[in-house]
Write a protein that binds this ligand. Structure first.
Ligand SMILES: NC(=O)c1ccc[n+]([C@@H]2O[C@H](COP(=O)([O-])OP(=O)(O)OC[C@H]3O[C@@H](n4cnc5c(N)ncnc54)[C@H](OP(=O)(O)O)[C@@H]3O)[C@@H](O)[C@H]2O)c1
Length: 336
């Protein structure tokens, strides 16, 4: 156990250890330089991608601070900072250097290439942050950078009268449900757990299909839409779901390829895909301006992220284990 002895100068962080797990360390509190701010991190959230790095599927250097998402308060500003003042409640952009417009290169990402958010303080360039939606608390805002902005990109262009298909009840899918409903669309949802169906309906899904017991769920989506199919399919399964996503998508619709959670690989029949007339859109999070645009919609509709459970900072390893068990609905968050 690391005890924080001097909070004026010291802070605690979790870092990737040799064993690939996370370990608590005490280190010096950083000072903001030109254009930088010191942020007291008040919450961070976990995403599927963090698990891939924590269990070794993506290599991450020892000593890296994990997690891509954090919310907190500005405690100090460096020279030349104009975007924020002390006391502002802020959340990070998933891509620290993609500010808007088309993304020209993948860029560096938290947890993989840069130290992430599982720490008490972060010094960061002012350009990497935006103001939190006013009605959200820190635990809610900390869910926005990765999952919510990805969902925002995945349902981009959806409007009233459209039908959106979401898959499963993870972070991205539930944000896609909420954002599509806010845009006036109908949402059809899938899940492998009967117990989650009622909660999906409460969140605004019109219909829920069990993808575990109904392998032809694509045809079922078509049946529920008078043969038309879903205008946008948010695919989180990848190779294991893409065939059914093609079966489910409306002629000339869009499949937003977000994730690769389905390991039972069936892959894609290119002829079926051509006949669908659909566009396959790969999603890579979103820019800072996507985050700002989404936050305006979240505020206007007073949307609240679906949080499954909040763990205290020192119990971060337990939060990771809880995620690994996979029994959650929505987001797993750490309160710092
Ligand atoms: N491209 C990007 O920018 C981007 C950004 C964020 C995430 N991702 C990727 O998107 C995926 C989802 O991320 P997340 O953070 O939302 O994950 P998550 O919160 O861990 O989602 C877990 C849920 O996904 C559902 N699921 C698992 N296998 C499924 C399958 N075969 N078919 C349908 N649903 C399935 C399950 O829902 P039920 O329990 O209801 O069955 C499970 O509870 C991951 O692969 C992640 O790496 C990509």
């Amino acid at each position: 156990m690391v005890t924080n002895t001097n909070t004026e100068t010291q802070m605690r962080s979790f870092k990737m250890s040799d064993s690939g797990r996370i370990a608590l360390v005490e280190e010096s509190k950083p000072k903001p330089g030109v254009g930088q701010v010191l942020m007291r991190v008040r919450a961070s959230s976990l995403n599927a991608r963090d698990l891939f790095m924590l269990d070794g599927r993506y290599p991450v250097p020892t000593g890296r601070v994990p997690l891509s998402d954090g919310a907190g308060v500005i405690e100090e500003i460096g020279p030349g900072v104009t975007r924020f003042k002390v006391g502002d409640r802020v959340v990070n952009s998933f891509h620290p250097t993609w500010f808007g417009g088309p993304q020209r290169e993948p860029g560096l990402l938290y947890h993989t290439d840069l130290d992430g958010w599982l720490r008490e303080y972060v010094v960061i360039d002012q350009q990497g942050l935006v103001m939190m939606p006013e009605h959200l608390d820190f635990t809610e805002a900390a869910t926005l950078p990765c999952a919510a902005v990805t969902a925002w990109s995945a349902v981009a262009g959806v409007g009233a009268g459209d039908t959106v298909l979401i898959q499963g009840t993870g972070g991205v899918s539930l944000f896609a449900l909420q954002l599509a409903r806010a845009a006036g669309a109908r949402v059809i949802a899938t899940t492998s757990k009967e117990t989650k169906a009622e909660r999906l309906i409460e969140l605004g899904a019109s219909d829920v299909l069990n993808y575990a017991t109904m392998p032809d769920w694509g045809a079922q989506v078509r049946a529920l839409t008078n043969g038309r199919g879903a205008d946008v399919v948010v695919d989180v399964g990848g190779a294991g779901t893409i065939a059914q996503s093609i079966a489910a998508v409306a002629y000339r619709g869009v499949i937003s390829l977000v994730g690769h959670l389905a390991h039972d690989t069936t892959g894609m029949n290119l002829l079926d895909f051509s006949y669908s007339g659909a566009t396959l859109r790969t999603i890579g999070g979103g820019s800072r301006s996507d985050l700002e645009d989404m936050n305006r919609v979240i505020e206007a509709h007073q949307l609240r992220p679906v949080i499954d459970r909040v763990f205290p900072f020192l119990e971060a390893p337990a939060a990771v284990s809880y995620m690994e068990q996979g029994a959650y609905f929505g987001k797993v968050v750490i309160s710092h």
